[in-house]
Design a binder for this molecule. Structure first.
Ligand code: IPE
Ligand code: IPE
Ligand code: MG
Length: 254
């Protein structure tokens, strides 16, 4: 036979994304694990477990897309108010995630970093985080920034304290305090501000996330609950972002 049977080539959806306007930094408020479980009459812990799966998928997709930074809100300073059991589950899942995924993350050139008051986390979680950061510190691909025991207000207070100390010690003059220097005193020092913030589960609030850094970030709120979020939903959110007109307070002159 002179012809070959028609073979349908499957196109990877990641290849269909417009590459020239990708966000450099994506931040995500991973919300809705509890509601996902409730809908299925499951304990909240199952929702958190399913949430880890969504995180795995999103990290992979961001890494393949060539996104520079992915910051995920995993535990807020206010989440300590939850029942002790639930806090325990969240901490265990974090440790488990790092243990199970470290090798693959490392193979994919992902660098792990954290933001938040890490010293107040359980010792085991801290140990796993240190190990993960140490093993991936020379990687040059996606930066996976885990916000843990993170609060935007406490981050700002910590920065103010740090700069005040420098002033008292004569290392810094008050007139020298500027936006650039202040940004360097935050956990996100050295990272670009997020271009895109995604919040799942439809809630229209920041819940104390990246209060300084989100000044000019494009916000996309989606109705999907976090465990239902994956590569497809991520690409949709990126498409919405790509249609936005970012003016940064200016106007178009052409
Ligand atoms: C997000 O899901 C996970 C964390 C806050 C750690 P939630 O647990 O907040 O889920 P909902 O909002 O109760 O559905
Ligand atoms: C924000 O979600 C914190 C994280 C996703 C880690 P919450 O569920 O804690 O936020 P609220 O309570 O609805 O504002
Ligand atoms: Mg919630």
């Amino acid at each position: 036979m002179w012809f070959k049977p028609w073979k349908q080539n499957k196109v990877d959806p990641l290849d269909q994304v417009v590459r020239d306007r990708l966000p450099r930094h994506i931040a995500i408020i991973m919300d809705g694990n509890g509601r996902w479980a409730q809908k299925r009459a499951l304990p909240r812990s199952m929702g958190h477990r399913a949430g880890v799966e969504a995180l795995r998928k999103v990290v992979k997709a961001c890494s393949k897309l060539g996104i520079e930074v992915l910051t995920v809100y995993a535990f807020s300073t206010e989440n300590w108010k939850r029942p002790k059991d639930e806090v325990g589950v969240l901490m265990t899942l974090l440790t488990e995630y790092l243990r199970k995924e470290l090798q693959e993350l490392h193979q994919n050139n992902v660098l792990i970093r954290t933001m938040g008051r890490i010293a107040d986390l359980p010792r085991e979680a801290q140990h796993e985080l240190e190990h993960s950061m140490e093993s991936t510190r020379n990687n040059t691909g996606l930066i996976l920034n885990l916000a843990l025991n993170y609060g935007g207000r406490s981050e700002i207070i910590d920065a103010v304290r740090k700069l005040s100390k420098d002033v008292l010690m004569g290392k810094l003059r008050i007139e020298e305090i500027d936006e650039e220097g202040f940004s360097k005193a935050l956990f996100t020092s050295g990272l670009p501000d997020p271009d895109l913030l995604i919040r799942t589960s439809g809630e229209m609030r920041l819940s104390n996330f990246l209060l300084w850094q989100l000044a000019y970030t494009e916000i996309v709120v989606v109705d999907e609950l976090w465990p239902d979020f994956g590569q497809k939903a991520l690409l949709e959110a990126i498409k919405v972002y790509q249609k936005r007109d970012r003016r940064f307070g200016g106007i178009h002159t052409n």
